[in-house]
Design a protein around this ligand. Sequence first.
Ligand SMILES: Cc1cc2nc3c(=O)[nH]c(=O)nc-3n(C[C@H](O)[C@H](O)[C@H](O)COP(=O)(O)O)c2cc1C
Length: 353
Amino acid sequence: MYSLGNNIKFHLFGKSHGEHVGCILENVPPGIRISADLIKEEMDLRKPRDGIGTPRKEDDNVEIASGMPDGITDGSPIKMTIANKNIKSSAYEDISTVPRPGHADLPAMIRWKDHDVRGGGQFSGRLTAPIVAAGSIAKQMLSPMGIKIAAFTRSVGRIDDDRIRTMDDALLSRKYATRACSSELDEMMTAEIINASKDGDSVGGIAECIVNGLPIGFGGIWFESLDAVLAKAVFGIPAVKGIEFGKGFDITRMKGSESNDQYHIDNGIKAMTNNMGGIVGGMSNGMPLVFRTAFKPTPSISKEQRSVDLSTMKDAVISIKGRHDPCVVPRAVSVVEAVTALVIADVSMNGAI
Ligand SMILES: Cc1cc2nc3c(=O)[nH]c(=O)nc-3n(C[C@H](O)[C@H](O)[C@H](O)COP(=O)(O)O)c2cc1C
């Protein structure tokens, strides 16, 4: 199992073409009422929508096997499974010995001689389904504490959203298949994805996440810094290539007098800007936590690319069939939200709240 967290521990298991994927969530406090409807809402947002995601359609019903009798947490481990029903393994027959450039195939095939490459095996985006289910439980645990988490698509390929965005914008993005914040951006991002796909290609992009309601001092220090633990968890999501908080790398071009978020009294202590993305010294400064996650273009593309055949040790040319997302960002937005919720719920048990 693949695990995350110190207090609330999340364990992930399964494979793309196995019987099911699933997770175990340990140490969720007892007595929290969990809405199955809210879990389903989050699961639906992760599904491919409006022709811009993989043609693999799964109903993604979450089976809760333990830990929540009558929908209320009882403090024991919560086990959830999601069946893999729509499996087509034939597309992987041709490429079973030819690793896909950009995917995990090469290191996985060399390391494990019997690696199951079908659907990406344990590296598949399919394993993000249980993450989203567990993230919904974490969100429902955090909601009574006044903590709200939402993400949206900041860019797809060359289409950028250059406006300042708030929690309301991020929540509005749930309406749109691309998870953009407006219908105009949704149309432009959709066209960018469809054009790449028609060309046998794929595009990447950026998801931005906002967390409201963290009290000043929430987090940890050194290797338990809130940005450190979030970055570690977010990098666990497949296809992530970067993360930046607040102004991110652009902060290097500012002077200290410009980058420092100065304080004033405004209904309590408030920072006047949010260049740090809400974190100083590994802890919340009371401003919204804001970070962006960079996703690479989907590795599996039908355009011909060079690879090697591991059975003959000769050069080979590969064109990937199968069913793939031409851009992972629209679906990954809910995964970023879920991973963030799991981390914040875990850290909330440290006594910061
Ligand atoms: C929600 C989601 C869906 C994904 N769908 C696909 C896909 O359809 N095809 C593909 O090749 N990769 C897909 N990926 C990306 C691969 O899983 C990932 O690139 C691969 O496991 C290699 O890991 P790395 O990119 O982190 O190095 C997806 C990722 C996410 C988060």
